[in-house]
Design a protein. Structure first.
Lengths: 204, 290
């Protein structure tokens, strides 16, 4: 049954991309979440187009030649349609929740943010007010480095006086924390969070 | 030996056509030819046998089961090559083979590749770019590659050149040579296929008008060539499809054993010659009345 589902799913996916692409630009790049409503309005068009196009490309005479029951073909297609609708609904729900600022914590890393995805999410990190600067390791664009960039972006937004701070290449992620042991502890936690491990270097 | 396929009073109606009263058995080791003029119902019958359409009434058992009970298992053991190949037109031969292979339990990819190679069909060629004959051959390759026990071929020789037609006939002989498999070929042209068919069914206007062993049929149906005045006028009148040639006359006899004694003198004198009738002559006589 999988070859039939895979063959039809291709049309669902490509049509989702086709109908959704202009809206993704507005929603993700320009941060106009209100445009999600158009994505919602497009849902029936997308579904009808996907179904019609995949059926147009289908050859039931060929499928009937194969050792597969008619009922199984119909069930597979129905399941595919329902799964497509569910995925569409899930995406819309998550983006809508994001727009309301009420995204479950679990999903936050998965979702793009209003303007620049994780960059803006990092700017809302609770530890940020205590951090003055962040250095990230290496010259590659690995996750910690990018994440560090995002945090720095958030810091700059919140503290205009930090506009001159830059990420500096080094062996490890390091955070320049504010004075006091509490700030150092928070900086340690931030480093661990950024690196995904507990090690870190804090410069007072 | 148990028949591979049994039908009993099978009926199928369309608004302008009715296939009715089809009863037959197909035994292992046999090649059955279904012949008839255009529109006789051959394709409808083969579609019924292949489970592509369902009958309005009557019984159809394939490998001892009805399609309603074990459709998947039955189709897994049937190789069906339709008259109009319905494969995805924008897909390559290789993709179509790969797609079909996912469904069959006994798919032989090597055999499929060898057959494509034998038929000079490029695996990367889209189906719609194949010629008419290549499409027929591709259907045949697909039907043979999952090692079926029963082959159902609808107009398998249509558009084939002589070499490929010969290959088809040889393949059919090889297919049933083990004695445990059978083939059904249907065509409106009997030429060639009647060579390999051991049993002949003739359809006309949706009814089976002849179901006979080929040898038996050829025993009864003879072509009689005779000079003028060599036969009794009453005998001549009983011959079908009378033709007058510059060198004499010819006619078709449908019951040669009964005629044999009456023409014995002519045969001895050399004024009368008797040959096996060709299946196409029988077919034309039975369906056109000539």
């Amino acid at each position: 049954m999988w070859p039939i589902i895979r063959r039809n799913a291709f049309w669902y996916f490509t049509h989702l991309m086709t109908f959704g692409f202009p809206l993704y630009n507005f929603v993700f790049n320009e941060g106009r979440r209100g445009y999600i409503v158009f994505l919602t309005l497009m849902a029936p068009v997308w579904l009808c187009s996907s179904v019609l196009w995949s059926e147009r490309q289908e050859s039931y005479a060929f499928l009937r030649m194969l050792p597969v029951r008619d009922g199984a073909i119909a069930q597979a297609k129905l399941r595919l349609g329902l799964a497509g609708v569910f995925v569409y609904w899930l995406l819309l729900t998550l983006y809508t929740l994001l727009g309301l600022g009420d995204v479950p914590r679990l999903f936050r890393p998965l979702l793009p943010d209003q303007h620049h995805g994780r960059r803006h999410a990092a700017a809302r990190h609770p530890l940020l007010p205590q951090c003055l600067a962040l250095r990230s390791p290496g010259h590659d664009r690995t996750h910690p480095r990018l994440y560090g960039h995002h945090i720095l972006y958030g810091l700059r937004r919140r503290h205009p006086s930090m506009a001159g701070f830059r990420l500096r290449p080094g062996p490890e992620v390091s955070v320049l924390a504010g004075p006091g042991p509490a700030a150092a502890r928070r900086a340690h936690r931030l480093v661990a969070h950024v690196q995904g491990r507990s090690a870190g270097q804090v410069d007072q | 030996m148990e028949p591979l396929l049994v039908t009993n009073d099978l009926n199928k109606s369309y608004s302008d056509f009715r296939l009715s009263g089809i009863s037959m058995e197909i035994h292992p080791g046999s090649i059955v030819g279904i012949f008839g003029p255009n529109g006789a119902g051959k394709t409808t019958l083969v579609k019924l046998l292949a489970g592509q359409i369902s009958a309005d009434s009557g019984a159809l058992l394939v490998f001892g089961s009805a399609y309603a009970e074990r459709e998947k298992e039955i189709k897994d053991r049937i190789g069906y090559a339709p008259q109009e190949p319905p494969y995805f037109p924008d897909r390559t031969a290789e993709y179509l083979g790969r797609f079909a292979s996912r469904f069959y339990s006994r798919w032989d990819g090597g055999r499929f590749s060898r057959l494509l190679n034998r038929f000079h069909i490029s695996p990367q060629k889209k189906f719609r770019h194949l010629s008419g004959g290549q499409k027929t051959l591709f259907s045949l390759a697909l039907a043979l590659s999952h090692q079926p026990d029963l082959l159902l071929l609808d107009e398998p020789a249509a558009g084939l050149d002589d070499a490929h037609r010969r290959f088809l006939l040889d393949t059919l002989r090889d297919f049933v040579s083990g004695g445990d498999r059978a083939a059904v070929v249907c065509s409106h042209v009997s030429e060639g296929l009647d060579e390999v068919s051991e049993r002949v069914l003739i359809l006309h206007h949706g009814r089976m008008i002849l179901d006979s062993d080929k040898e038996e049929l050829l025993e009864r149906w003879k072509r009689v060539d005779f000079r003028d005045n060599a036969l009794d006028p009453a005998l001549v009148a009983s011959l079908a499809g009378l033709r007058r040639h510059p060198f004499g006359n010819s006619g078709l006899c449908s019951d040669f054993p009964a005629l044999h004694e009456k023409i014995a003198c002519g045969l001895a004198a050399g004024d009368v010659k008797v040959e096996n009738a060709r299946l196409s002559d029988v077919l034309i006589h039975l369906t056109q009345g000539e």
